[in-house]
Design a binder for this molecule. Structure first.
Ligand code: XMP
Length: 518
């Protein structure tokens, strides 16, 4: 994307934590892009025109023949460069220093760096003595390059922090981007200040620029967008609608596996509030009859995935003449990964709900969120005026309630599940816990149990409550509700939901469990 704001280039040498560098910079309102070292050549440097460059860490050893290098021209751009871990070593090696292997100088984990002299780049550091940092290196710099001076040392890294003040090149052996370097963010702040960034990467600026880019890309053509009711596709749709108005048509597929009131909520919001052309594809019958009698989790998922594509295609085709498909793809999905085994490789994850569709339908993609992280999408949603309650919604899986209904899916069970889930979420909101929880839902279990209500015997379904905390859904802990909350919720569900007479709380973390039951 051509842009008027200041740009920082991160050259990725394959570190597991390169994305965190981008996070730290975005928090400072600095626009940056991560490019794998294989793709960075003189032409890219010229086209990108960075105001500063960061070399990431990486698993290779600069001592090995053929190990990754940035183009030499990067050192002649006249812009500040920060080398981190492998990035530090590659910088030293290329500028005339020396890197050696191990011999008892490897460091993995927490270390403490002591100051040697003072440096604007280290403003705010060493005020309370040594600084804790996170090290992860086998090789070490044994001789610094000409022009560099030492500003910090650790027991196993005599050149933990070095700098060439004339050229504004900075090199650190540790990882300032990780949580375990508590004051690492300060280094990035100092670096971008020294590099002269104005902090012009704001959501307001992004919104205007993205709208212009969508108009340039789409022209007067039609765009279709699969709306799931989730945050990403909703924000993408509102943004595109702002850019091109009624050239956008959204397709909302109701597979009969949505939560109570969900379809109405999405349709009302987008059709009535935002005035968007919206196709409400009521395909409950189709999905539920195809799922009839199926109890294997993978079979259920496959049926839903295939039908979803068919249905989407049918309705999108009815729009007539659409040339573009909008997707809410985010930045973590598109960052190209660096492969050290098979040469340059590009891994781009496809969106789970509409993967494969663009080629099949001959559509071009519009992905206005592909430069944003999840929390930035939420910020953009707020900027666009989406209701706060909508932006903060818990994630909801594409296959919907199907994967919260282990065993066979029946309409009766789905209705019971919807009611129980509504009571549970209401409880969580009433107790002010909704925003502390990553995801919460009820699963209806494929088992009936005996109970007693009033003077009568009951024989109804059991359900499980699930609530987890998580950062990214990859790992999760169960939420420690109080017994009072759990007791009150169980009583409400059993009293208010016909068909459930027993409530359990799932206390499994992930791993070994998953967040969903299927
Ligand atoms: P698991 O159950 O794998 O879920 O721990 C992790 C997160 O992913 C969501 N999830 C899905 N989302 N399509 C989606 O859009 C799916 O097929 C799907 N399966 C799981 C789940 O809700 C949780 O947030």
């Amino acid at each position: 994307m051509t842009a008027s704001h200041d740009r920082l280039l991160i050259i990725d040498f394959g570190s597991q934590v390169t994305q965190l560098i981008a996070r730290r910079l975005r928090e400072l309102n600095v626009y940056c892009e991560i490019h794998p070292y294989q793709n960075v050549d003189d032409a890219l440097l010229t086209a990108f025109d960075p105001k500063a460059v960061i070399f990431s860490g990486g698993p290779a050893s600069v001592i090995d023949a053929g190990s990754p290098r940035p183009p030499k021209a990067v050192f002649d751009l006249g812009v500040p460069i920060l080398g981190i871990c492998y990035g530090q070593q590659v910088m030293m090696q290329m500028l005339g220093g020396k890197v050696e292997r191990g011999h008892g100088t490897a460091e993995f984990g927490r270390a403490f760096v002591s100051a040697r002299g003072s440096l604007p780049m280290l403003s705010g550091w060493f005020e309370d003595g040594d600084e804790q940092v996170w090290m992860s290196h086998g090789d070490h710099v044994s001789r610094i390059a000409p022009g560099f001076e030492v500003f910090g040392t650790s027991p196993n890294a005599p050149f933990a922090i070095t700098a060439d003040l004339t050229r504004k090149f900075y090199a650190v052996q540790f990882h300032p981007e990780v949580h375990h370097t508590p004051r690492g963010a300060r280094l990035y702040e100092n670096f971008v200040r020294i590099a002269g960034f104005s902090g012009d990467w704001t959501m307001g600026a992004y919104r205007e620029q993205a709208i212009q880019a969508i108009r340039d890309q789409v022209g007067d053509k039609k765009v279709i967008c699969g709306l799931s009711g989730g945050v990403d596709s909703s924000v993408a749709a509102v943004l595109i609608h702002e850019a091109i108005g009624d050239q956008l048509t959204c397709v909302f597929v109701d597979h009969g596996l949505l939560r109570k009131g969900e379809a109405e909520e999405v349709v009302t919001m987008f059709r009535d509030h935002y005035n968007m052309p919206l196709i409400h594809a009521d395909e409950q019958e189709l999905f539920l009859s195809a799922l009839d009698g199926q109890s294997d989790p993978e079979t259920k998922r496959k049926i839903i995935g295939k039908l979803f594509i068919d249905v989407f295609q049918k309705h999108a085709g009815a729009v007539g003449g659409a040339e573009f498909l909008a997707q809410g793809t985010l930045y973590p999905d598109v960052i190209e990964s660096v492969s050290f085994s098979g040469g340059p490789s590009v891994t781009i994850k496809s969106h789970h709900n509409v993967g494969g569709l663009p080629e099949k339908m001959g559509l071009k993609l519009v992905e206005p969120l592909r430069e944003l992280f999840k929390d930035e999408v939420r910020a953009l949603g707020r900027e666009l005026g989406l209701p706060a309650g909508f932006i903060g919604r818990h994630p909801f899986p594409g296959p919907g309630l199907a994967i919260r209904c282990p065993g066979e899916i029946t309409r009766e069970k789905l209705n019971i599940l919807r009611e129980a889930d509504a009571v549970y979420i209401d409880q969580i909101r009433k107790h002010g816990l909704y925003d502390e929880i990553w995801q919460a839902y009820v699963a209806i279990l494929p088992v009936r149990t005996v109970g007693v209500m009033g003077d009568g015997r009951t024989y109804d379904y059991a359900c499980a409550l699930r609530a987890v905390t998580s950062v990214d859904g990859m790992t999760a802990d169960y939420y420690p509700f109080s017994h009072t909350f759990l007791g009150e919720t169980a009583t409400r569900i059993i009293n208010e939901v016909q068909g459930i007479n027993r409530v359990t709380y799932d206390i499994t973390s992930k791993p070994p469990g998953t967040i969903e039951w299927e």
